[in-house]
Write a protein that binds this ligand. Structure first.
Ligand SMILES: [Zn+2]
Length: 202
């Protein structure tokens, strides 16, 4: 049962295609599992369609139709291949780097994405805390397996954490299963080992 969702601002940015790639991948991973957010996204997209309908028409250039048909042909290309069948869609089609140890019982595997945000998988063993960090910009974490708790709540598979302030309590794995999550951030300042790894791999 999913209990934690992205904010409406994040869903709107996703719907309008303005979310940086790494953040969009985390949002899409949550959306694939969350009917509530699928429904909210449908409403946002319908609202955007109404707004477009209300725009005043503008004259088009003479070759506009030819260019439209040319682009329609481009968009018919196949989706990227599944690279990681062990991961849920759409994350399974995204290129990933290697695993890096970032402390006792915590490993990190970067997403190979472009844009103004970075992201990666974090695998943490029971009782271990996710790396300490401060926030600058948006940060999204979607749980793929296991669970963690921080000062703001308890997060399980499918849940999406979008903290609005720095964590008072670092997210700590609960239960007896390792916690696998996908995290992305626009401006997280990592501290400790993961901070050094992040600087090393750029
Ligand atoms: Zn949701």
């Amino acid at each position: 049962m999913i209990q934690h969702h992205p904010t409406e601002q994040t869903l709107l940015a996703y719907a309008t295609g303005t979310l940086p790639e790494a953040l969009a991948i985390v949002t899409a991973t949550h959306l694939a599992k969350c009917r509530l957010c699928q429904s909210a996204l449908g409403t946002l997209e319908a609202t955007g369609g109404v707004l477009i309908d209300e725009l005043s028409p503008v004259p088009l250039s003479g070759d506009a139709l030819d260019r439209l048909f040319a682009r329609t042909g481009e968009s018919a290309s196949l989706p990227p291949p599944v690279l990681h069948p062990e991961l849920p869609a759409p994350l399974n089609r995204v290129a990933l780097g290697r695993w890096w140890p970032v402390g006792i019982g915590v490993r990190y595997r970067p997403l190979q994405t472009a844009g103004a945000a970075w992201g990666g998988l974090i695998l943490a063993q029971p009782g271990r805390s996710l790396p300490k960090h401060g926030h600058k910009g948006r940060e999204l974490t979607c749980i793929l397996a296991g669970s963690f708790a921080d000062g703001s709540g308890h997060y399980q598979a499918g849940d999406l954490s979008e903290p609005v302030t720095d964590h008072d309590v670092p997210p700590t794995v609960t239960g007896h299963e390792p916690c696998l999550c996908i995290i992305a951030s626009e401006g997280m300042h990592l501290r400790g080992l993961l901070g050094r790894v992040q600087r090393l791999i750029g």
